[in-house]
Write a protein that binds this ligand. Structure first.
Ligand code: GRF
Length: 224
């Protein structure tokens, strides 16, 4: 059954765009019921409008943390969504919010968790001098960038490279793995077993691309 999805953004929304594109070209079986932002000027809101998707911005500065999460959860539920995709949403959610959508909140993070959680995964990885960087899609729990991992993709990082060089290489893969992870959720193929996420019917070999220099596991399916 199609996911009834709310996508939450704080910034430009390129990940939101990758979800919209995947829905529009039939790779992702989802109905985006709402694009929500905590920043009234977020570029993601314009993307929603361009695609005729309902959108709502509430500034978190005008609420207590609990009241903000309550208003956000109410708006998502009223829009008819039961699944929440955090696509560059720069806020930690309260336990009360997560209880409203149990095991239905998914985040994309631009680092290979558990390394480099927090607001600047790419910058922290570049500064640390890693030789492999990447991104992670995971279920959200009460801790920052911590919940069970659905998929990860790794890209090379080169000596002397700063955040700005690394970020686009990671982002390109974010745009592939996030729609893929949500499509698996839509297909009911993700099974939570404690910290582990089992993917039913998964291929056995990671997607490797020597040319573009990346590795993804579980493997991407055709179209992603
Ligand atoms: C992405 O790198 C995402 O992983 C991180 O914030 C960035 C948002 O980019 N959490 P965009 O707004 O989707 O373009």
């Amino acid at each position: 059954m199609a996911l009834q999805l709310a996508v939450c953004v704080s910034g430009g929304g390129s990940n939101l765009q990758s979800l919209i594109d995947a829905v529009e070209d039939g790779r992702l079986d989802a109905d985006i019921r709402l694009v929500f932002s905590n920043r009234p000027g977020a570029g993601g809101l314009d993307r929603a409008k361009r695609h005729g998707i309902p959108s709502l911005a509430l500034s978190h500065k005008e609420f207590s943390r609990q009241a903000f999460d309550r208003a956000m959860a109410d708006a998502i539920a009223e829009a008819g969504a039961d699944t929440v995709a955090l696509a560059g949403f720069m806020r930690l959610l309260t336990p009360a919010f997560l209880k409203r959508f149990p095991d239905r909140v998914v985040n994309i993070h631009p680092a290979l968790l558990p390394a480099f959680p927090g607001a600047d995964g790419q910058g922290d990885a570049a500064a640390y001098g890693v030789t492999l960087a990447g991104c992670t899609v995971h279920f959200v729990d009460e801790k920052v960038d911590h919940g069970p991992i659905i998929i990860q993709a790794a890209v090379p990082a080169y000596p002397g490279e700063g955040r700005d060089a690394l970020q686009p290489r990671i982002l390109e893969l974010e745009h592939r793995v996030f729609p893929q992870a949500l499509q698996w959720l839509s297909q009911g193929r993700l099974e939570l077993r404690g910290r582990h996420v089992a993917l039913r019917g998964a291929g056995t070999r990671p997607t490797l691309d020597a040319q573009g220099g990346f590795m993804v596991h579980p493997p991407l399916e055709p179209g992603f």
